[in-house]
Design a protein around this ligand. Sequence first.
Ligand code: GLN
Ligand code: ZN
Length: 763
Amino acid sequence: MTIIHNLGFPRIGARRELKFALESYWKGESSQEQLLAVGAQLRSTHWQQQSALDWVPVGDFSFYDQVLDMSFTLGNLPERVQDFHGASLDNYFRVARGRSAPSEAGHACCAGVAAGEMTKWFDTNYHYIVPEFSASTTFELDASRLLEQLNEARAQGVRAKPVIIGPVTYLALGKAKDDSNRLELLERLLPVYAQLLNALAAEGVQWVQVDEPILVTDLEASWQQALRQSYQYLQRCPLRILLASYFGALLDNKALAAQLPVAGLHVDACSNRDDAQQLIDLLPADKVLSLGVISGRNVWKSDLHATLDWLEPLAQRLGERLWLAPSCSLLHVPVDLDSEHQLDAEVKSWLAFARQKLHELQILGQALNHGRASVQAELTANAAALAARRNSPRVHRPEVQAAVAAITPAMGQRNRPYAQRAPLQAAHLQLPAYPTTTIGSFPQTADIRRTRSDFKAGRIDSSTYESAMRAEIARCVREQEALGLDVLVHGEAERNDMVEYFGEQLQGYAFSQSGWVQSYGSRCVKPPILFGDIARPQAMTVQWICHAQSLTSKPMKGMLTGPVTLLNWSFVRDDQPRSTTCKQLALAIREEVLDLEKAGIRIIQIDEAALREGLPLRKSLWQEYLSWAIDSFRICANGVQDRTQIHTHMCYSEFNDIIAAIAQMDADVITIETSRSDMELLDAFEHFEYPNEIGPGVYDIHSPNIPTQEHMVHLMQQAARRIPAQRLWVNPDCGLKTRQWSEVIPALQAMVSAAASLRQSMD
Ligand code: GLN
Ligand code: ZN
């Protein structure tokens, strides 16, 4: 009998119940009991929805983040919150976000604290709270959360398999604040893990899922050794460990993983089936092998027939030892396709969200255990949906495929190198030294949001909408003129989101109503679904930008989202390589770039905010990704005349390892986030001589604080030590849409004055 199970279920709720409950608690509008009740209700619903499984995950529910949960389970709390006397959930929120509910602020000990650092969970768009370590870190078990949820599950008849993060991944994801070697903490950590496993065993737990996704990354010998040491130590615990790896293939860690003394191993069999196949031969004959055969990362129906063709001989061979699951936790997909009532019906028939994916798993289990005939109707329906998708003219547009095939290297190449373009652009643009600009968006007021949603819902007609947007653009231009900025923007009032705005106007994209995926804490994103060949039926931004340009004689930037960012922030098709999809997006954006240029726009900014996050987990795969990603950017940007200036923007600060690739994009100007790091990140530019112009952000737009002129001058002076002043721009870190006008005006005033004083000090 093949066993079916799940690694984790989305906790936010099909209607984002957890988000609303959390935010209401944090505002002081509801009690902790109410919040706890919503949590219990969600867990119970989710367990019911997984009741067809042989093993159901418990402990995957979290009020904020599963890594932070683990820190609390292990008693690893940052020192700054250790004197807290209130409810532990409040302390948990203090670490998560700097503060909890307002009632909690009344405690003398409980004013706001620095929130824990947040970073991306492997190569997903989920963000976890980074565990903090130092040489003196100690651990102390607090199993209460897990045991309570376990009892709750038992009471509801759930076949519970508790889920925890493994010790090596836990250490690897954290940061030592004092430069100590966090691996040295392993000896202190393992006894606490053993206590935890013993406590679970004492409750009668048979299987525990221990997540070690670190196994799909490049591991130094010391980390490999830590894995061996950990599982040798933990094998004494009287329960069975299912060691789970996900988000990629094991590759060179395969033999290591196969030999760890655990009862079972879960691997991602979606990303690299050959790798999983090879593992089978390495695995000792007493171990369970759990194959992640349903992708936990995309929204497409699986090919059940093809999966069964692969699995049937394996099931014969492995018998009871074969388990099936999604490739990773379903945290990374929306909850329920059945709640979509407005999604394009044809596209909808090709999709599967979390609940539908579990249903697929159930069909596979049935087919293996009782023969394909026992689920004939389901298999036939699945095959029909896949065939419809394969043959749909909405997916395949021969003219788009022909255009991609016809891409030539010349299309990604400017006519002259930067050094020869720069004087042409200078003559065309007439800018002062240290030119000032912003990254694109201006504050999105409640008025703007309302106008957009009224228009979407049909409450106002298009001419009312357009005049409201034009008025907003005019306001934005007026403010920028008054501030004395050198290169203006139209302010992006018409955009709700930098990906969705373009997706809505491109053919090949569909949108869900409630396809939310947790990004961090209570925050969710709703990635658009890229299902087909991409075409641009008409210009997407030209009328807005031209209107803005007509209101000023200063250069107005045309503002676009780049192909790599459109790709990385969408659910993309799985029936062709990502690189092909990216090239299609590049061609569509290229048309827009050329239309803007034709309309007289002199500067075009193409944002690639998400370029870095598409980097594969394995370094050996970086070059391939960077090569097609950079090519795509070049194709979209570099068809312009030499006097047209191309800008790009990236909002993160780790550049060291990809700086050469970024230089190859050959954008005339790159604006980046730097203000928080005191220009430290410009170190990358010291070792690598970046050839073009740079605008290192001097205004931290993530903070309500207004930077002073002196501070910004100081930051620019730091920058001028590494980059010649003639190639520097002065701008904020990122777009201003989340700020208030009352913050933005004084901050930009100070920024413009800072530029003026820098110019003076040049002569
Ligand atoms: N142009 C966009 C804006 O200003 C860029 C946003 C981003 O980089 N995330 O809002
Ligand atoms: Zn940005």
